[in-house]
Design a protein around this ligand. Sequence first.
Ligand code: NAD
Ligand code: MG
Length: 395
Amino acid sequence: MATPRSIAVLGATGSVGASALDVIARHPQRMRATILAAGSNVDALLALCRTHRPDHAVIADQTCFQALRDGLLESGLPTRAHAGDAALAELVASDACDTVVAAIVGAAGLDSTLAAARSGKRLLLANKESLVLAGELVMAAARDAGAEVIPIDSEHSAIFQCLPDGRMHRGVRAITLTASGGPFRGRSRAELEAVTPEQAVAHPKWSMGPKISVDSATLMNKGLEVIEAHHLFGLPADRIDVVVHPQSLVHALVEFDDGSTLAQMGLPDMRTALAVGLGWPERIDSGVGRLDLRAHGQLEFEAPDEATFPCLTLARQAMESGGTAPATLNAANEVAVSAFLERRIRFLDIASVVEGALAALPQTPATSLEALRDADEQARRVAHAALPRYARSSS
Ligand code: NAD
Ligand code: MG
């Protein structure tokens, strides 16, 4: 038997992190979580360390280092404690892992995603924001270092699975990403005026972290995914379509020149995509139940309502502008979504904040990481400055 895979789970305390650890724990002979990393929740990270006994635990927030180190000692674990982004990037690049599950939320995941790509690891990429922000650089780094990038976002995993050997092909005419439509599908703008964070994060089909749940409700998630697909599969925007499919059973479709269209289906559970990435090219158990189409009845498909949910259009426009525009879009969206979750702005303001940042910061060419980080920072500043304009009393 081959040596077991050694896996770094970044964003271990999150929703994708939990799914990854669930799949890994099903295959103790084949793989082991050797590095667990989280943002600032020491107690949750310690609990995972007691269950999975990794070699290393990393907390991004430096002020949490002592609590992590003491907690590991008290639990009698041999796990070594680390803190900070630099320590994480260093560990990811080291021989402490051969596979990296990149499941940190937001642009905060860029450094570790890049470290995995540059060090030639198998990169199971859930952190779509790092591709939106710096897709060319991440993909070029992976190519140069021979890193194997396997998408974890369910739609992109679906495309990966529909393509022969997971790679783009000359005979592919177009790809289609499906969208559930989120919790507010079918509503008018007037009906969205007063929706709350609780309503926005209550996704009808997927159980996910708060940021991506809000992104799904605004359709920004699908916009970020179009940009993500562009970088992963090298297709132009006009060959990446989006269709709303409320049942969330068909995850994406690949259309070939000969008129054949392949779709990938399965229950909406991220463990399938994670098992594909962890086991590839073999198929391994994920714990996900079987799809019984008789139990689901109808499958519906409809066009997205971009007039009511303009974030999808904004993302497409940013992608077409290119340069720093996607970085601006992503950063302004992160600020706006946080402000909405904190009840500082309303749901419909999210798109306005993003649109305002894109208008205020015309795109410039983005040839370097510094230029992209700079665009990210400027967009955060502009978006923060705009928040008081939308301020409302909390409900
Ligand atoms: P989540 O909020 O549940 O978890 C986020 C994780 O990131 C947590 O472990 C948190 O501690 C960690 N984190 C946050 N800030 C950090 C920082 N500065 N440094 C280090 N770690 C930090 O989010 P999630 O839903 O699991 O999503 C994670 C990523 O996967 C996102 O990019 C999301 O778009 C993508 N994704 C998620 C799903 C899903 O089903 N949840 C599906 C597709 C793609
Ligand atoms: Mg997705």
